[in-house]
Structure formats: C-alpha cells, structure tokens
Write a protein that binds this ligand. Structure first.
Ligand code: UDP
Length: 193
C-alpha cells in the first residue's frame, strides 16, 4: 500500500474513490483491511505514545481526515490532494455494500443510537444486509467477538471514539471474521439522525 509519512504517521495518499476501489479489490482477493482516520490531533497524540503510533501505522489504510493533514502534505509537495473523512468513507462503503450485497455489522455507541443507525442505513441502502449490531458499552469482549463472527459480516464498523476503537480493533483483529474493519468515531450518532 502506498503511504506518505507526516510526522512519523503514515497516511494513504489516495482519494476516496481510489480507496474504495482498492478496498474492494482486497475484499475480492480475500485480504482483510483496516481503516483508521488521521487528523492532526491524532498525529500529535501518536508522537507522544509509541503504542498508538505503532498501531496507527499498522492499519491498511490511514485516511487523510483532517484538513491539517492535506496542508502538511501540500507544504512538503506530497501526494495527498483531498480530504477523506471517516463518515464519508463509511457512507461510500455502505454504497459499495449496497452494490455488492455485502453484509455489515455496527459495533459502538449507545444502544438506542446504534439501533436507529442500523434502521436508517437499511432504509437508505436497501440492498445491503445488516448482519448485526451491538452497543459500545458491552464490556465482555469475547461476547462481542463471538456475536460478530456468528453474524459473518463483510464490513465491520467500530464506533467507540478514538483512540479506544483503534486499540480495540488492533487487539481483536486476528479473531474477527470481517473482511473490512473501519474505526468510525461518532458516525453512528450522525447516521441515526
Ligand atoms: N462510545 C462507546 N463506548 C465507549 C465510549 C464511547 O460506544 O466506551 C461511543 C459514544 O457513544 C459515541 C462514540 O463512541 O457514539 C464517540 O464519539 P466521539 O464523537 O466522541 O468520537 P470521535 O469521533 O471524536 O473519536
């Protein structure tokens, strides 16, 4: 995967369409992908926390979420041209799921919020399948992982806020049967309307 490094943090120098095409190719090839959003706040935090730095850099895609990331790239004549926000990429993955009939799982946020987000998504993207969902205050990780695996999602969205969701994804990735795992912060709150 192509990467540009900004203050020790990798960023994927692709636009949203290129990222979606690349993810779909990896799905077809049976490869697992992780997606995390990079903004200046996370870059600063990662430079003070080696574990966070390592885990951000180990994701498959580090999307350029903050405008400061684009500016930093432009100043050093880098290749990052456009902003790709976490929620935009999630919506484009939902479009992809709608087109390809992929199964999705939502993990995170308050129980009423995640349930409403699932309802709104299924109304808007009628062709995808909601494989399952779980609120983000469940403490039993084994229960969460086994529910996700039982539901066999293609795409898993994790909305626990940052950096909690990044650590959760890293810790559980090997056990998870999903093909794509994206950390999406407060996106379920937005999608639930
Ligand atoms: N959240 C959760 N479990 C927790 C803490 C937070 O599910 O233990 C959820 C919270 O309900 C909200 C999201 O994580 O839906 C955090 O959103 P926020 O906008 O704070 O995240 P950011 O996008 O800033 O990382």
């Amino acid at each position: 995967m192509d990467r540009e490094m900004i203050l020790r943090v990798n960023v994927t120098p692709l636009n949203d369409k290129e990222i979606i095409d690349s993810i779909n190719q990896r799905i077809q090839a049976g490869l697992k992908s992780t997606i995390i959003a990079i903004n200046p706040e996370k870059i600063v935090r990662a430079n003070k926390n080696e574990a966070l730095l390592e885990l951000l850099n180990s994701a498959t895609y580090q999307i350029p979420d903050g405008i400061g990331v684009i500016i930093a790239s432009k100043l050093r004549r880098g290749a990052i041209q456009s902003r790709v926000t976490g929620i935009d990429l999630m919506e484009q993955l939902l479009e992809l799921a709608h087109a390809e009939r992929y199964r999705i799982y939502l993990f995170g946020a308050r129980d009423t919020v995640v349930a409403k987000a699932a309802e709104e998504i299924s109304k808007k993207y009628t062709n995808l399948e909601i494989a399952g969902f779980m609120h983000g205050y469940e403490q039993d990780t084994d229960k969460i992982v086994s529910d996700i695996n039982h539901c066999r999602p293609d795409l898993l969205f994790v909305a626990l806020g940052s950096p909690r969701q990044e650590f959760w994804i890293k810790e559980n990735l090997d056990k998870l049967n999903a093909k794509v795992v994206q950390g999406v912060g407060g996106s379920f709150d937005v999608l639930s309307g």
